[in-house]
Design a protein around this ligand. Structure first.
Ligand SMILES: Nc1ncnc2c1ncn2[C@@H]1O[C@H](COP(=O)(O)OP(=O)(O)O)[C@@H](O)[C@H]1O
Ligand SMILES: [Mg+2]
Length: 359
């Protein structure tokens, strides 16, 4: 079992710094997902861990030993890329066995490892095929199999499912979760897809512009975002975020919204506060609510309903309710939001509250 520790890691290309001092501990056996928008530094961090990029400053430790100057080959980690990177002229079997043959492992041991990995990944029937005779999903299984047979100290995945179609991504996601449950092992997985992060991770690391915004279990991030970036990034459809001004009461006021807060809410009259509330935490009420809206678009999915609403002076408000609602485009609604699920952020985007008393 392998623990990986990043201590104030910085990375610059020329004089442009792209990783700005990242501290992180990946525990032994943990499935950690790096998530963030394109260009935020996920691949760079993973490649630093793999030993494919050098570190400008800071310390990288594997099981307590600094490995800054240990080559990629000697770190004992396996990396799986988005672009499979299989050898086209070799069979599936050979693709998986090749690295081990180079290390002069006995043939019987190689054969046992390849067959065990192939069985786990359900590619036994394809062992004699060339990669071009496989589907994208099968090719990615071969790439994963090649990583498994090496019995690495940890697995590093860089967007391994991004080239697959949506349905296959869901299937492979479940298989990867099952694989982790079966072989254990420390895994670091990079994705820009927050749903992949939510479903796979023991802990998620949210990155933005070369910095960690928050680290936590999936539902911790969902329920207790520490800043506006995480609030807006985790969750689909995204959290409604509206900029408001605090008035006496206290209340939050902006355009068609007037949200009375319970006494003791951590806000100061006159301050600018962003209110965040998820689509599922809005109720449609008779009479006065917190926000007056007009439905611009209703998605009736049968089991659930999404309403996209316009409100004076506010960005679009999304409502998600279970079941079917007799609501039509153009209808005026009054929305009430659950104070226990209301998130408040200060003018710098830092959290003031994740939930208030329901006053
Ligand atoms: N070899 C390189 N030379 C210069 N800049 C790079 C290089 N590789 C990555 N970058 C920059 O570093 C930042 C992070 O890139 P990357 O880690 O690939 O992001 P992500 O994987 O999150 O999309 C980006 O701004 C990118 O342009
Ligand atoms: Mg990348």
């Amino acid at each position: 079992m392998t623990e990986i520790r990043l201590e104030t890691i910085r990375k610059a290309y020329g004089d442009v710094e792209v990783i700005h001092g990242v501290d992180l501990e990946v525990r032994s056996g943990e499935f950690v997902v790096f998530v963030g928008p394109s260009g935020c530094g996920k691949s760079t961090l993973l490649r630093i861990i793999a030993g494919l990029e050098d570190i400008t400053s800071g310390s990288l430790k594997i099981d307590g030993t600094e490995v800054n100057h240990v080559t990629a080959a000697d770190r004992g980690l396996s990396m799986v890329f988005q672009s499979y990177a299989l050898y086209p002229h070799m069979t599936v079997y050979k693709n998986m066995a090749f690295g081990l043959e180079n290390s002069r492992m006995p043939k019987a041991e190689i054969d046992a490892r390849v067959r065990e990995a192939a069985a786990m990944l359900q590619i036994t029937d394809y062992l004699n095929r060339r990669p071009k005779a496989l589907s994208g999903g099968q090719r990615q299984r071969v790439a994963i199999g090649r990583a498994i047979v090496r019995e690495p100290r940890a697995f590093l995945f860089d967007e391994p499912l991004s080239n697959l179609d949506a349905e296959l991504r869901v299937t492979m996601r479940k298989e990867l979760a099952a694989l982790h449950a079966k072989i254990g092992g420390t895994m670091i997985y990079v994705t820009h897809d927050q749903i992949e992060a939510m479903t796979l991770a023991d802990r998620i690391v949210v990155l933005q512009k070369g910095r960690i915004e928050q680290v936590g279990k999936p539902l911790e991030l969902y329920n207790r975002p520490q800043n506006l970036f995480v609030a807006g990034f985790i969750g689909s459809p995204r959290m409604n975020l509206i900029e408001t001004t605090v008035t006496e009461g206290p209340a939050l006021v902006s355009g068609a919204a007037r949200i009375a807060l319970p006494p003791g809410a951590p806000v100061t009259p006159g301050a600018s506060v962003t209110a965040g509330f998820r689509p599922e935490h809005l109720d449609i009420v008779e009479g006065d609510g917190d926000i007056a809206v007009t439905v611009t678009f209703a998605e009736q999915l049968g089991g659930e309903t999404y309403l996209y609403c316009a409100a004076e002076g506010l960005p679009q408000i999304t409502v998600h309710r279970p079941g079917q609602l007799p609501v039509e485009k153009g209808q005026a609604l009054s929305l009430r939001l659950d104070r226990k699920q209301l998130h408040l952020f200060d003018a710098d985007g830092q959290v003031l509250a994740n939930g208030l008393a329901n006053g």
